[in-house]
Design a protein. Structure first.
Length: 606
């Protein structure tokens, strides 16, 4: 097969005709949310948003960032030489808007995507399983490394890529159960000397074709034991094969927000398939020195760690958001999410899919007895509890100690204090630091009140004995949430607070009150969460030293469990009720202290 030379003449003709007209200075650009995280692409998107370039010009310039720097205008070239993780989101964007573009733009983009410079006849190699056909060159700009340890005239680089494609396919599709893209004919993969990208997946009829970098020389470091080059090669194969699987689900169409979600998903698959590479570290943070320390200030500018106030989803830099669900619920969680999207896309009631990604996540969470707003808040707590200094025992990401520390928006040095917080976009958050004081009496409490429904609050207490405790409160139907802790200020070294807007449609502002409360009576609070499955927490307070009994009953008045029967000092307390083994329904919990009896009901839903 002869790969035709890229026809740059189309681009030069458009360029000379003023097709790439640049009107205003970059200093006047409007700030926009970039869908790539790369500085050059953000500049292009800002120029388009300000009307300085057309969408036709913008799509070509975005592709030029990763595929052909000769076509990138000087105004969009920056000192930021960071690599574009994947060009597939830009490819998706092109196909989404293809019918709106001028014919010469479509021709130019397709020429860029489907053809590239080749200095010799391309060679072919079939993977051991027969599922993949690799096209490679041994000289010219697209040449692969020529090392050939077994002397069979096939470069080791190509053979290892083929073995890894078979292995990654087998794991993702056959073992995990993601949608199969194999048609019976060998799937085509090309080695290509991208200017500044790992790879891309592009449509080809009813299937797709993958391009991956021909050598990965001078790419960011990773932790693979065989070296950076093979580490980058392996995770790129896993990444792009996941895009191929996504494509057969719904052709990258529908209402689920393909460009953002699919890139997060493919980046997550790198960690699932190759947990020893950690290439994604480069896109939530970057190496600082040869000793393995990370430059915490140099985290990806759009990562959740750096900017929790950016709404979810982003793209590959928000991969940690998806890893939360994978680590907490298992990879089957995401298999089920894609199954929900597939069922929706194939529905007789929908020609293109009406389900959003959040809708699909909600459905799968409900199947597991969980709620999106609670998990999103907990997800942010995992991000806040990361970094070498804030990773508590048994809470958060598996790699939390290797992750960067998060950006703290506000600090509270004196209690009580009230913070009037930023306006938060849907699904965005602020992180707050509270410094304990030995002079404080009572126990810490936080209250968040938003001007739209759905604001929630989470709190982590770090204790002097090296342990940590976590509390969350959120409801999509309420304006205010309050957490009364059972902690003593004298036992704490630090308190971290997350305020999150879980409203998916409206941005809103909030007020956060941090206080210290001394109970002045016997009280019992509504259990949280409620309804619950299978566990819930019950909070109560006593105003002086008392004998306390806390019991749970069913609707027939039969005692189900005694949660507490002891003498307690004045303060706030929490007990956990586990409904495992019980039937769904209404239950009552009763607090008895001397002559006082307080009762509330709760609902177990399985």
């Amino acid at each position: 097969m002869i790969l035709r030379k890229l026809n740059i003449g189309i681009f030069l003709l458009l360029y000379s005709a003023g097709f790439f007209f640049w009107a205003d200075a970059l200093a006047q650009v409007q700030q926009v949310h970039s869908h790539s995280g790369h500085t050059s692409i953000q500049l292009i998107e800002e120029a388009e948003a300000n009307g300085n370039i057309t969408k036709d010009q913008a799509i070509i310039q975005k592709l030029a960032v990763g595929l052909n720097s000769e076509l990138l205008r000087p105004e969009f070239k920056t000192e930021d030489e960071s690599t574009v993780k994947c060009m597939t989101p830009v490819v998706m964007e092109f196909y989404e808007m293809k019918d709106e573009l001028q014919p010469q733009t479509v021709s130019a983009v397709e020429e860029m995507l489907f053809n590239f410079t080749a200095s010799s006849e391309s060679l072919e190699y079939i993977s051991p399983s027969g599922r993949f056909k690799f096209f490679y060159e041994t000289d010219g700009r697209n040449a692969v490394p020529l090392d050939d340890a077994n002397g069979n005239s096939v470069p080791d680089y190509v053979e290892k890529a083929a073995v890894m494609a078979d292995s990654s396919y087998s794991y993702q599709i056959k073992t995990l159960g993601f949608k199969d893209f194999y048609t019976g004919e060998p799937y085509e993969i090309y080695f290509r000397n991208f200017v500044n990208a790992y790879g891309q997946t592009r449509p080809s009829g009813s299937t797709t074709i993958i391009d991956i970098h021909n050598n990965f020389n001078s790419f960011p470091e990773n932790n693979h034991p065989e070296g950076n080059q093979l580490g980058a090669l392996y995770v790129t194969i896993a990444h792009e094969l996941k895009h191929a699987s996504q494509y057969v689900v719904n052709r990258w169409t529908g209402n689920y927000g393909s460009r953002d979600w699919t890139e997060m998903d493919a980046t997550m698959m790198e960690e699932v398939v190759h947990p020893d590479v950690d290439d994604y570290y480069n896109y939530i943070m970057r190496y600082s020195d040869s000793n393995g320390w990370w430059d915490q200030s140099n985290a990806h500018p759009s990562s959740i760690f750096k900017r929790p106030n950016n709404p979810t989803p982003g793209q590959y830099w928000h991969v940690s958001w998806m890893l939360y669900f994978q680590e907490k619920f298992g990879i089957d969680f995401w298999v089920d999410v894609w199954d929900e999207i597939s069922k929706d896309f194939q529905s007789v009631n929908s020609s293109s899919g009406e389900l959003t990604f959040f809708d699909a996540i909600n459905l799968v969470l409900q199947q597991r007895g969980a709620k999106l707003e609670q998990e999103h808040l907990s997800n942010h707590l995992w991000h806040l509890a990361s970094g070498p200094f804030l990773s508590p025992i048994d809470f958060g990401f598996e790699d939390r100690e290797n992750y960067p520390e998060s950006t703290i928006k506000y600090s509270v040095g004196f209690v009580p204090e009230t913070i009037k917080g930023d306006s938060l976009e849907p699904m965005a958050a602020n992180y707050i630091d509270v410094k304990p004081s030995l002079a404080l009496l009572g126990q810490p409490a936080v209250t968040v009140t938003g001007n739209v429904k759905g604001f929630g609050v989470g709190i982590i207490g770090y204790f002097k004995d090296g342990t940590a405790d976590v509390r969350i409160r959120v409801s999509k139907d309420e304006l205010s949430q309050r957490i009364q802790t059972t902690w003593d200020w004298a036992d704490l070294t630090d308190i971290k607070v997350v305020v999150v807007n879980t409203n998916q449609d409206l941005k809103g502002s909030y007020e956060l009150e941090v206080s210290s409360i001394i109970p002045d009576g016997v009280a019992i609070t509504q259990n949280y969460p409620n309804p619950f499955n299978p566990t819930t927490q019950i909070g109560f307070s006593v105003d002086d030293r008392k004998d306390v009994k806390l019991e749970v009953y069913d609707t027939a008045g039969r005692k189900v469990q005694t949660l507490m029967d002891t003498e307690l000092n004045r303060g706030f307390y929490t007990a956990t009720f586990d409904g495992t083994g019980l039937a769904s329904g209404v239950y009552f919990y009763r607090l008895v202290t001397g002559n006082s009896v307080l009762t509330k009901k709760m609902v177990l839903v399985k």
